[in-house]
Write a protein that binds this ligand. Structure first.
Ligand SMILES: Nc1ncnc2c1ncn2[C@@H]1O[C@H](COP(=O)(O)OP(=O)(O)OP(=O)(O)O)[C@@H](O)[C@H]1O
Length: 290
């Protein structure tokens, strides 16, 4: 049984598309990335899982518990960081976090101070005096403070500077080592690549791929840059060409297949220059997004 299991979950907003027929499983101990462009349906999926909104159809479980019927039980086991955090402005960070810990019946201030030290947050400041990034840190501590077994993080790095992002990632890795499963939504591929074991790609409300990050980056796809002397007789419709962009005599191809068959195809052409390299994860994803 997976920690998170979605079965054909659809959520429509008064007839408008939210997510359609989404099915995937997150296994225990995984760091699972959820990636897609703005409006793809990441927050809708997460908010449905946390029972803030109800699925139109389909079902899902977290730790085997039904997300609608057993939502209260689930919330005890989950730490959630929303993409935007809103708090009572005139509360001190420490008071807010102690209050939040109390709601979880978790009374260990040491954990709050340890997390704040790691993230370099001054707990004695009022929320209204904190910068956007520092408010995000309050949200991160709030998600982590009751030692949840599952972390659901919706675009967690927004507002954190690069150094702080690294500290945050180290913190997540530490939690993961302790056995915490992490569901991490993002539209930034490099951070998913740094952190996640597997990734689900969502586009226009539909899941288009669930794959190991390693497989995505180590498959057979190559980026081919070609400079030709003539445009004529360029039949690039062969199998394996995933995408092509043309700029004058310059071609950029994403090719998935045997390099020997690509070379056979290119042999009759007047090739001035050729560069074959590994595509970045961004380039692979752009192919899926098209
Ligand atoms: N409350 C709502 N009422 C109506 N439509 C909504 C509502 N919330 C989201 N949607 C629609 O559902 C779709 C998915 O949106 P969602 O916010 O889940 O995407 P996302 O992947 O989280 O995007 P982003 O990265 O911009 O937050 C979009 O078409 C959006 O317009």
């Amino acid at each position: 049984m997976g920690v998170v299991e979605l079965k054909s979950v659809t959520k429509n907003y008064q007839g408008n598309r939210g997510i359609t027929d989404v099915t995937f499983t997150i296994n225990e101990g995984e760091v699972f990335g959820f990636i897609g462009p703005n409006g793809a349906g990441k927050s809708t999926t997460i908010r449905t899982l946390l029972n803030f909104i109800h699925p139109t159809s389909g079902s899902a479980t977290i730790f085997g518990k039904d997300i609608v019927k057993e939502s209260k039980e689930i919330k005890k086991l989950v730490g959630y960081l929303p993409s935007e955090v809103h708090y009572y402005d005139d509360m001190k960070a420490i008071d807010l976090l102690k209050y939040s810990a109390g709601l979880h019946n978790y009374h260990n201030d040491k954990r709050i101070h340890e997390l704040a030290n790691k993230l370099q947050l001054d707990l004695n400041k009022k929320i209204e005096d904190l910068s956007f990034g520092n408010r995000k840190k309050v949200g991160i501590i709030q998600a982590l403070l009751h030692e949840p077994k599952l972390l659901i993080l919706d675009e967690p790095t927004g507002g954190l500077d690069p150094l702080m992002q690294n500290i945050f990632f180290d913190l997540l890795k530490e939690e993961n080592k302790k056995g915490v499963t992490i569901f991490f939504s993002s539209h930034i591929l490099s951070e998913v690549q740094k952190l996640c074991d597997r990734v689900a790609i969502i586009k226009e409300g539909e899941l288009i791929k669930v794959e190991k990050v390693e497989t995505l980056t180590q498959n057979n796809i190559k980026k081919v840059s070609l400079l030709l002397t003539k445009e004529a007789n360029l039949g690039l419709n062969m199998e394996g060409i995933l995408s092509k962009e043309k700029n004058g005599d310059d071609y950029q191809l994403l090719f998935n297949g045997e390099i020997s068959s690509l070379l056979t195809m290119l042999a009759p052409l007047e090739v001035k220059d050729i560069l074959i390299e590994e595509p970045t994860l961004d380039e692979i994803f752009m192919h899926y997004y098209k």
